[in-house]
Design a protein around this ligand. Structure first.
Ligand code: 5RP
Length: 222
């Protein structure tokens, strides 16, 4: 299987994984990106089995609606039974780097609300130590240069993702050169910088389950 087929395989496996957990009142949290898009397409096959979805981006909301899946504002729902999303990197403890699609802040919010976070990823995302993928940091635009200087002090090499404005009106710095041996501490340290909206480390709230596509199979890792 190529990378795209592995993305489809883990997306299909996620639908099979969550289906027994759903009833007609359930709200499903839905992530952003190409793997999440496959998940949305397969989720449409079981749309009678749950009430609706909350989305981590405008793009995913549009795709859900195009399939006839109701999309709710997160403030309008009492609970999110499960959140399914891709990742840019995962380590063996299911700490993640996310935000390659610039949706990290809303992804982090929906993941925080969800009872269970199911990450779906092809094998190219698996690393022993996070940081080979540049860490996305969403910032208030007027704070971009200040945040960049502070990120250099943390050992990173931040690069402005030019031309990208997030769904929240933020800008993205992609931080190269980090070797993240303590993801939770790094996540907290970056959050302390004034002007940071969120960073793409999911260590304080890692995935609960990883459906990983490699060697032609889908592995379930906890
Ligand atoms: C978007 C994300 C995505 O989950 C991440 O970029 C993976 O994307 P893809 O499934 O296209 O490889 O964090 O902000």
């Amino acid at each position: 299987m190529n990378q795209d087929q592995l993305k489809q395989a883990v997306a299909r496996a996620a639908v099979d994984y969550i289906k027994p957990k759903l009833d007609t009142r359930s709200i499903v949290g839905v992530g952003t990106g190409s793997t999440a898009n496959y998940f949305i397409d397969y989720l449409a096959d079981i749309k009678g089995h749950f009430d609706g979805a909350v989305a981590s981006s405008e793009a995913s909301a549009e795709r859900l609606k195009a399939h006839g899946i109701p999309v709710y504002d997160l403030n309008a729902v009492d609970e999110v039974v499960v959140y399914v999303d891709g990742a840019d990197e995962t380590d063996p403890r299911l700490n993640l780097i996310k935000g390659g699609g610039a949706a990290l802040t809303r992804e982090k919010i929906v993941a925080a609300v969800a009872q269970e976070f199911v990450c779906i990823a092809d094998g190219s995302k698996w690393v022993e130590t996070l940081g080979q993928f540049p860490l996305p940091v969403e910032v208030i635009p007027m704070a971009r240069a200040h945040v960049a200087r502070q990120l250099v002090k943390l050992g990173g090499d931040p690069v402005h993702r030019a031309g990208v404005i997030t769904d929240n009106g933020g800008e993205i710095l992609d931080v190269h050169g980090l070797h993240i041996t303590e993801p939770a501490a790094m996540e907290a340290a970056i959050n302390q910088i004034v002007g940071v909206i969120a960073n793409g480390l999911f260590a304080n709230r890692p995935a609960d389950v990883l459906l990983l596509g490699r060697d032609g199979e889908v592995e379930t890792l906890h």
